[in-house]
Design a binder for this molecule. Structure first.
Ligand code: GCU
Length: 689
């Protein structure tokens, strides 16, 4: 049997109240599927049967007919359309397809729970919702649920390599690959598909955006049968498979001497390639592309632009309904630190804004949430809202590359939620929020949604830190419905994962909710970022990136710190925002404290809105942050008797490391700034001069 670590949030513990247990027992014993059980996906039948068994010890009996009067409660499933639940058809990405409702009906004649779904995918989502609701102890009257996802594409990006390693993976090795090939036994991949479908994910790219040699061959006649096996596993759960492709594939595996997107031979090669891919995988999602970014090949080598590159691929995929997800993480990674005029933060906007309207309508631009690279704090990318005629997908990073690498607790849903709620002012008051751009509603885009870098590997608990499961869960829940609260999602996850003990779910919820702020406070002050060990990105190295080629500088000297990105005296980045955001970031008075050093270079004595000086803020947050990190350790320790030993120990080890490591962060940062500034701590605490 599977361990509690492995089962993640699909523990299916029974509701606390025996009354509810009895009610649902009766209800799940009999399942009437209108038109017969063969109409609903086998995965839905499997999930319902397994869930009902684990939770309530009942084996549902599936029938086509409503039981005669007086036979007690039952579950009734009605499917509105027989449309295949993957399939590259016209409606593939319509949110209406994924819709379902769950209603409790009690009349003189009968008592039943009704699941009505618009498509097979909707049945799967509905079944997972039903099981979740029962486990959480929903009362009959609470089943008045109408669901329809807000976002079309709800995607996961694996950064897995064929050799079994994972780029920025902090949870062991890949579950997809070993020694250069796709694993034979796909059971674990199936369990991953279950986890993803249970939170509404409907798309996955299964290889690293940096496409190496073996993976370049995934789109060949030799590679595709293996990829198709994986596609089959995800298809069962309504998840479309995508591949990251190598822009230079026509040369690497096609035997051509160019990859020029305007070359006829190259265009023809991609057409044949897409035809081949769809022959093996008829409901293939499309290509994810990292081009002209961090030394990856792209159209620039041929004097072409990104629209030329993306449109060539889009042409080849169009006959099959396939999509091109083209990443905007394009910047000069060979910058000279002495050059003060180039600003990496500007890069995505400078490259892509001029191309607005030039992309085919099956191209989506994938834009990282911030202008740099998944730092603990960044402003929202100014590209959101700036392109009103281009499909867009927001990219988050569930993997905690810069946020403690799943050794530190950092619940990221509040960060993502803040990004989605940000008003870009691309439209009149109150209508320009990022989430309206991402959902496509603001500009009426054909395709849109969200993608995120996965945080899973072959660790028993999937995510390194057992509590990092909350980020995977939360990503799916939040992009299904950005109206949910971070706290609500945290609580739901904690209850599903640890059961109905209130003491546990309350404490875990509080810990999750505090964790991002805690991590930020002992690491990166006031939006500065990048004070991490180069390449590894774990642990402090204040000047690690200061004289590098990556465009990531803080400019600390004896007088002050921060990057001047104003239009008046700096790089002009602030000018990429719409008014009044532009003016807010431009102004030293109005710029929010948490982003001050992202936009301004200020003296250490500069007084923040909080009333503290910058230097005192650095000291205070580092002392309190390290203390709070130790508080997380203590909170978790207090739950020892209430959480099973395996899970308790796995997390306790991480909290111990975090607590120690936070002190290291505190002392390195405080000492660095004390040495630079010579300003002592007002409270005379220990700083290692
Ligand atoms: C970050 C990360 C890289 C990754 C890149 C990307 O820079 O450190 O490993 O390849 O993002 O998003 O493409």
């Amino acid at each position: 049997t599977e361990s509690t670590l492995y089962k993640a949030w699909l523990q299916y513990s029974a509701p606390e109240s025996s009354e509810l247990r009895n009610l649902y027992k009766g209800m799940l014993e009999r399942v009437v599927v209108e038109g017969g059980v063969s109409r609903i996906p086998p995965a839905a039948v499997r999930e319902l049967s397994a869930g009902a068994d684990t939770m309530l010890g009942v084996t549902p009996e599936f029938m086509d007919q409503i039981p005669a009067n007086g036979e007690g409660p039952y579950l009734w499933i009605c499917l509105r359309s027989d449309e295949s639940y993957c399939g590259a058809g016209r409606h593939r990405w319509e949110t209406g397809r994924d819709a379902y409702s769950l209603k409790y009906v009690l009349s003189a004649r009968e008592e039943r729970l009704e699941l009505t779904a618009a498509s097979k995918a909707g049945v799967i989502y509905g079944i997972f919702h039903l099981l979740r609701g029962v486990s959480l102890g929903l009362k009959p009257a609470q089943w008045a649920i109408e669901e329809r996802p807000v976002n079309q594409l709800r995607m996961i990006n694996q950064w897995d390599n064929a050799d079994g390693s994972i780029e920025r993976g902090y949870s062991g090795r890949s579950i997809f690959y070993k020694d250069g090939v796709i694993v034979q036994d796909l059971d674990r991949v199936r369990d991953y598909a279950r986890l993803l479908a249970s939170v509404g994910i409907n798309a996955i790219s299964i290889n690293n955006v940096n496409v190496h040699e073996v993976e370049t061959g995934f789109i060949t006649e030799e590679g595709l049968p293996e990829v198709a096996r994986v596609a089959g596993v995800f298809r069962d759960y309504g998840i479309a498979l995508f591949l990251s492709i190598n822009f230079a594939a026509p040369m690497a595996v096609g035997g051509l001497d160019t990859a020029d997107p305007l070359d006829e031979g190259v265009r023809e090669w991609w057409k044949e390639t897409s035809e081949r891919v769809y022959r093996h995988i008829p409901d293939f999602g499309g290509f994810v592309v990292k081009a002209d970014s961090e030394h990856r090949p792209g159209p620039f080598a041929y004097g072409r632009d990104h629209a030329d590159g993306a449109n060539m691929l889009a042409d080849s995929l169009e006959p099959y309904g396939g999509l091109v997800v083209w990443r905007c993480f394009v910047y000069n990674c060979m910058q000279d630190w002495r050059d003060r005029s180039t600003d990496r933060a500007r890069a995505a906007y400078d490259h892509f804004k001029p191309l607005d309207g030039k992309f085919k309508d099956n191209v989506l631009l994938q834009i990282k949430n911030g202008p740099m690279d998944f730092q603990v704090r960044e402003p929202v990318s100014p590209l959101f809202g700036a392109m009103s005629a281009t499909n867009q997908v927001i990219e988050f990073q569930i993997a905690q590359e810069y946020t403690g690498q799943q050794r530190h607790l950092c619940y990221l849903v509040p960060q993502w939620k803040q990004v989605l709620d940000f008003d870009t002012h691309a439209a009149e008051e109150g209508k320009g929020q990022v989430n309206r751009i991402v959902s496509g509603s603001l500009f009426g885009m054909k395709y849109s949604g969200a993608a995120a870098v996965s945080n899973i590997g072959d660790d028993e608990c999937w995510t390194g830190h057992p509590l990092a499961q909350a980020n995977l869960y939360g990503y799916g829940r939040l992009i299904w419905n950005p109206g949910l609260t971070s706290e609500g999602i945290a609580r739901e996850w904690a209850q599903l994962t640890f059961g109905s003990d209130r003491e546990v779910s309350d404490k875990v919820t509080d810990m999750l909710m505090a964790s991002w702020t805690i991590y930020e406070s002992y690491t990166a002050p006031l939006g500065v970022g990048w004070m991490v060990v180069p390449h590894y990105h774990y642990g402090p190295d204040v000047d690690g990136y200061e004289y590098s080629r990556w465009g990531t500088y803080h400019f600390a000297d004896r007088d002050g710190i921060g990057v001047d990105r104003t239009t008046a005296t700096g790089t002009g980045y602030a000018g990429q925002y719409f008014s009044p955001n532009r003016e807010m970031f431009e102004s030293l008075e109005d710029c929010p404290d948490e982003l001050l050093l992202f936009f301004h270079h200020v003296p250490y004595g500069h007084v923040l809105h909080s009333g503290k000086t910058v230097i005192q803020h650095i000291y205070d947050t580092h002392f309190s942050g390290a203390e709070s990190a130790d508080g997380l350790r203590e909170s978790w320790a207090s739950l020892q008797s209430r959480v099973d030993a395996a899970r308790h120990k796995a997390a306790a080890d991480r909290f111990a490391e975090q607590s120690e490591h936070a002190k290291h962060w505190r002392d390195v940062i405080n000492t660095y700034f004390y040495r630079k500034s010579g300003v002592p701590d007002e409270h005379g605490r220990t700083i290692y001069s």
